[in-house]
Design a protein around this ligand. Structure first.
Ligand SMILES: Nc1nc2c(c(=O)[nH]1)N[C@H]1C(S)=C(S)[C@@H](COP(=O)(O)O)O[C@H]1N2
Ligand SMILES: [Mo]
Length: 248
């Protein structure tokens, strides 16, 4: 009995989640849905379909490059949250680093049907995406690197994003808070990256997991992810000295 109730809750969340996405983008426009023949397990397919219909046609991809284009990439801002000499020192990060991120988990909370935490292995079990893209820092340099990770869309879908959801907020071990809207959250190149240039993401570049947000400027790609919170209201990070939206 309990199981069935959970499935129905998830189904409701998925269905209404689709409505929320549609409403956000095309007010008053009903998205046609493929038949699911009453099969609850296929609601996820419909969710994907609706997301594609509602979002992807409107979302161009950032240019992707080839292996020969990969350049060196400097690490900027925080380069190790376990550095005790720095203001951004994080005791929790230090603990995880010492144990090789074995017990590291990424909580996904807020307006999701199934709040919970994802271990690194769990994130790696989702279908990965690899992309070679150009990073553009607001300081005026660019670099091309290959990133591998789980599309954020898959994680949000797994957690069951709720109808009221409007923002996806990210918290990092070095004390950052930033957010994106659902259009960027469901963009196919928006990934929670755990790999860079074929290796595990290094500490200077944001280990164990960072955001890659390919159509906004570099600082939006948050390193050292600690928590994700889906919200209805905009969570104000305060004055970070940069604009919130930095698309190009
Ligand atoms: N948590 C966190 N994320 C961050 C930063 C940071 O200092 N802390 N720096 C940002 C800036 S300004 C840039 S350009 C990129 C740099 O990524 P890199 O260090 O891998 O080159 O990460 C962004 N994400
Ligand atoms: Mo940057």
């Amino acid at each position: 009995m309990k199981k069935r109730k959970e499935i129905i809750t998830r189904r409701a969340a998925l269905t209404t989640g689709v409505a929320a996405l549609g409403a956000l983008l095309i007010p008053g426009c009903k998205q046609p849905m493929p038949p699911n023949y009453g099969n609850i397990l296929r609601m996820g397919d419909n969710f994907t379909y609706a997301a594609h219909r509602a979002l992807l046609s409107k979302q161009s991809l950032a240019k992707e490059y080839s292996f020969s284009d990969i350049s060196s990439m400097p690490a900027t801002g925080t380069i190790n949250p376990a550095d005790t000499s720095k203001e951004y020192f994080s005791e929790n990060y230090d603990k995880h680093l010492r144990t090789g991120f074995e017990n590291w988990e990424l909580p996904v909370e807020g307006l999701v049907a199934r709040p919970g935490s994802y271990s690194l292995n769990q994130l790696k079990r989702f279908s990965p995406r690899t992309q070679i893209t150009r990073h553009t820092c607001e300081e005026g340099w660019t670099a091309i690197a290959e990133w591998t990770g789980v599309p954020l869309r898959l994680v949000l879908e797994h957690a069951g994003i709720m109808p009221k959801a409007r923002w996806v907020n990210f918290y990092s071990y070095d004390g950052w808070l930033d957010s994106i809207d659902l259009i960027d959250a469901f963009h196919p190149q928006t990934i929670l990256a755990y790999g860079m240039n074929g290796k595990n993401l290094s500490i200077p570049h944001g280990a164990p997991v960072r955001l890659r947000l390919e159509r906004q400027i570099g600082f939006k790609s948050m390193k050292y992810l600690e928590k994700i919170v889906v919200s209805e209201e905009y969570i104000d990070p305060g004055d970070i000295g940069w604009a919130w939206y930095n698309g190009f």
